[in-house]
Ligand binder design. Structure first.
Ligand SMILES: [Fe+2]
Length: 668
């Protein structure tokens, strides 16, 4: 089990904890028992070292080429040796460039991490132990002329470091048999994730399966071990896995499946402008924990956390949005995507990936114009209450507010596009506001026109079409309601519904999003012709474990808001928990409930076309009688979907629901 390989925890028994728990150390795991004097002085960064800071990771995959990128701390060229079909041995030398944006800030150097789990126990990590040197050099080489559907071996040498891996090129559209993609979102990595166990939401109306006992409560052994955090006025024990362990376990199960690509639908780090967040991200994907990105290409999307600088002034202020600009451009620095060739200023904001018979469009949902904000009470449409059935998305693109008085147009209420454009010119000297990397997504914009061109082209070529963007347009979570709602959210994805008619017109099969940190599936068929698309929130990579947005009813009880009328299934609503006390008198979760996980998509060629199986996977923790983690199991929620396509990639209507969310008791 990969757990806390780098970060040694310290436990500080507080005065409160000494009262609450006779011996707080007894309740903690082996890793936490070692008591070491706390280092309180700010860290001294180590000198740059030879070798890799970030191991080689695969980018811009096609059937005939691959880009291999990595990061070193020293300014010395590395090289890649590649062997495989059609290539005896090819050597490519890299030309490193310094990544100016990646240097630690003063606040990052001085940061201290202290975690209070709510049960009186406080934990910390030795100050600065998570920091590396302050030097980052990016290397990228692109290898062309590869053969489709073939395995290549690469050896990358960087100074005294050597790393070997293998990858497979995508198949051609006409010559393939199967393809496996895995998607998740909201990994939101940060060093603090080694300490923090997140709040673990429980449905207020449907919490338990028949025959289940209730969750461990206040003062229980589970509470003493993992602490607690209230949500919706309920006492809730925290989740048993810290976020670092959760991502390690999630990735370990993904690695076993060996997918052809890993789709990460935004919010990769807990603040893209916070460099320790990126260090932690790469530890997981191309570093000490795994090198999955060396074998499996990552296809990332920009989320709101990619415009957020965390302790370095968040989204910035009206007077200075440079933190948001630095954040987005760190994402662009790390990732190498095809982008939009006609609008290179947008860098890696949106792009197309063809994987044999499947086309994935990645959109940038982070900014819509006209700007809206719940803070300044700026709305495009009128304010309303109730659910989303008043919306007329079918006319949004053509008629705007004239066709629907309740239209919404923005996903980011924290800043205006104009303030971002101005800041861009401050970060990148010699540029004008027109050079900004922030696209708008609404009709008439370059991104919207690009998306329609790609959809049309992919449809004409007979592709199966998937789309990903961060802000779930159909969500029952806290971001589900738009800014012009009486129970508003300032970063809602509802404005992205402007794409739904296009998605239906061109036969998009599935839309993958995140942002609400739920596991939810909605079914969208606006024109009611039986053809539509699934819209997922797969925001369960490793951060929040959230459920439906709850509001107080007239009796003061928390009930689901039920804004999203398209919802079909969610892990909190439809997978109730089943707890049972074992023969040793220890209450254990047997199954059900909300867990970390991912969406697996298996495409198989059939005699008549293609079959796609969408499998919502959850990573279930098995705990011993002390509530220490023994292992995690890969389990599947009761909402596996199948989609059939004809030979031209068209969805065949009447989606077959092979497994309903009909949980009815213990399942081993
Ligand atoms: Fe988000």
């Amino acid at each position: 089990m990969k757990k806390n390989l780098l970060l040694r925890r310290l436990v500080i028994p507080t005065f409160a904890s000494l009262i609450a728990v006779a011996s707080p150390l007894i309740t903690l795991g082996a890793a936490a028992k070692e008591k070491v004097p706390q280092e309180t002085s700010p860290s001294t960064l180590r000198e740059p070292e030879t070798g890799f800071r970030v191991l080689p990771y695969l980018q811009s995959p096609t059937s005939t080429s691959m880009t291999i990128s990595w990061v070193s701390e020293l300014n010395e060229p590395g090289n890649v040796i590649i062997t495989g079909p059609g290539i005896k041995m090819k050597k490519l030398i890299s030309a490193p460039h310094y990544m100016e944006l990646m240097e630690y800030t003063e606040k990052e150097l001085k940061q201290e991490l202290t975690y209070n789990s709510g049960n009186g126990v406080v934990e910390t990590i030795p100050q600065g132990s998570w920091l590396k040197s302050n030097s980052n050099y990016k290397h990228s080489v692109t290898i062309d002329g590869l053969q489709p559907n073939s395995t290549y071996h690469i050896t990358v040498k960087q100074g005294k470091g050597t790393h070997t891996s293998r990858f497979e090129t995508f198949p051609e559209r006409e010559n393939w048999d199967k393809l496996k993609l895995i998607a998740f979102s909201d990994s939101e990595t940060e060093p603090f994730g080694a300490l923090e166990h997140r709040e673990w939401e429980l449905h207020t109306v449907n919490p338990y399966a028949p025959g289940s006992e209730e969750r461990p409560g206040k003062g229980s052994a589970f509470d003493k071990k993992y602490g607690n955090a209230a949500r919706n006025n309920m006492f809730l024990v925290r989740y048993s896995l810290d976020q670092q362990t959760a991502l390690n376990e999630n990735l370990a199960h993904i690695e076993k499946e060996d997918p052809d690509a890993l789709i990460i639908t935004g919010d990769l780090t807990q603040g893209s402008g916070y460099q320790p967040g990126w260090d932690e991200f790469w530890r997981h994907f191309a570093g000490e924990f795994t090198d999955i990105a060396s074998k499996t290409p990552i296809l990332p999307a920009l989320g709101n956390w990619e415009t957020y600088a965390a302790i370095n002034s968040g989204y910035g202020s009206d007077a200075d949005r440079t933190p948001a600009v630095i954040s987005r451009n760190r994402f662009h620095e790390y990732f190498d995507t095809p982008g939009d060739a006609e609008n290179p200023q947008f860098k890696d904001s949106y792009y197309r990936t063809d994987m044999g018979p499947v086309t994935l469009l990645t959109l940038d949902s982070t900014n819509g114009i006209p700007d809206e904000s719940t803070v300044t009470k700026t709305f495009t449409g009128s304010v309303y209450s109730g659910n989303d059935s008043v919306l007329k998305e079918l006319v949004w693109a053509e008629q705007g507010v004239n066709g629907d008085p309740y239209i919404t147009t923005d996903t980011q209420g924290e800043f205006t596009a104009e303030s971002y454009y101005d800041a861009y010119t401050k970060v990148f000297k010699g540029t004008t506001t027109k050079d900004s990397d922030l696209p708008n997504f609404n009709p008439g914009t370059e991104q919207y026109k690009w998306a329609e061109r790609q959809l049309k082209d992919a449809r004409e070529k007979g592709q199966i079409i998937l789309v990903q963007f961060h802000h779930a347009a159909y969500s029952s979570g806290v971001h589900g309601t738009p800014p012009n709602h009486t129970k508003a959210d300032n970063q809602s994805g509802v404005a992205m519904r402007v794409y739904s008619p296009l998605f239906e017109k061109y036969g998009v099969a599935t839309v993958i999003s995140g942002h609400d940190e739920m596991f939810e599936r909605s079914w969208v068929d606006l024109d009611g012709d039986g053809r539509g698309f699934h819209s997922y929130d797969v925001g369960v990579a490793a951060d929040g474990l959230r459920g439906e947005k709850m509001i107080k009813d007239e009796n003061g009880n928390y009930v689901p808001q039920d804004y999203n009328t398209y919802t079909q299934w969610s892990a909190t609503q439809d997978e109730p928990e089943f707890w049972q006390t074992n023969k040793n008198g220890v209450k254990q979760l047997i199954d059900g409930g909300l867990h970390y996980g991912h969406l697996q998509m298996d495409f198989v060629k059939t005699a008549n076309g293609t079959e796609l199986t969408l499998t919502p996977v959850y990573i279930f923790p098995i705990l011993d009688d002390n509530y220490d983690l023994v292992r995690t199991e890969r389990r599947v929620y009761h909402d596996v979907q199948k989609i059939h396509f004809d030979k031209m990639g068209n969805v065949i209507p009447n989606v077959e629901l092979i497994s309903k969310s009909d949980f009815s008791g213990r399942r081993i």
